[in-house]
Design a protein around this ligand. Sequence first.
Ligand code: NAD
Length: 288
Amino acid sequence: MGYNLLKGKKGIIFGALNEQSIAWKVAERAHEEGAELVLTNTPMALRLGELNQLAEKTNSLLVPADATSVSDLQNLFDKAMEHCGGQIDFVLHSIGMSPNVRKKLPYDDINYDFFSKTLDISALSFHKMIQVAKQKDAIREWGSIVALSYIAAQRTLFEYNDMADAKAILESIARSFGYIYGREKHVRINTISQSPTPTTAGQGVKGFGALMDFTERMSPLGNATADECADYAITLFSDLTRIVTMQNLFNDGGFSSMGMSSRAMMQYNKSLECKECKENPLNNPDEF
Ligand SMILES: NC(=O)c1ccc[n+]([C@@H]2O[C@H](COP(=O)([O-])OP(=O)(O)OC[C@H]3O[C@@H](n4cnc5c(N)ncnc54)[C@H](O)[C@@H]3O)[C@@H](O)[C@H]2O)c1
């Protein structure tokens, strides 16, 4: 159901690859809420063809851009402003990739060229896109910029590898640039720290199934889906959150505030199979 929250607004959405992508869901919701969109991804992602369906469905312009290339970003913002007849109201950065994760290199034996790539694609691209937008004065006063992050920026999660470092930088860029862009143009910059979500990038992380099961058991509200992430992003693009900036906002069912849950303890009790554990009332899920 739409609420016209983005009626008359124009936005650029980076990172929709296929129907599972968080950015795909955000684009669908933003369209439903009345926004006019420009979709972008790498030339290779565009060649795969799936994005054409999304562009058609949401009546959007599709512009290729490698988010690590400043000239691609300059071209993208020029095309987007031309298409929208002026400034943009919101931008979504939903981009992440680590060659070290892809090649399954452990964190204590990573390749440094890959590490640089991880940081460039997953974090510095955020700075580049904001800097290009600001230089072109492409974002309207009180506009909104959002990037997708993960709790590995604050806490160590096995196998998340150098993406954890990239997310820490990403969140820091939101604060550092959020101050400058907020002070000068009232543009807000936030990150959404999302639950593990079964997308192409998510499933590339080793042990992803176990991670999803763990966070589901640990979160009182369960894992947030990509659709639920899209709902949250829409509020951040809307005028209802004009004074929220420089924040890392958890959309994770409560996971980030938990230490141990009844459901997770039950799972450990099962695997320990000791008498004391079996007698523990925590074994009864209905009591907690
Ligand atoms: N899936 C999860 O579990 C999860 C959890 C928290 C945060 N996130 C974050 O959400 C964001 C979106 O990921 P997703 O899970 O929807 O996966 P996804 O694979 O659908 O999206 C990742 C996107 O990054 C794009 N990309 C890669 N290199 C690029 C480049 N050089 N220039 C432009 N685009 C590039 C890919 O083409 C793809 O569209 C990422 O930042 C990811 O880290 C994902």
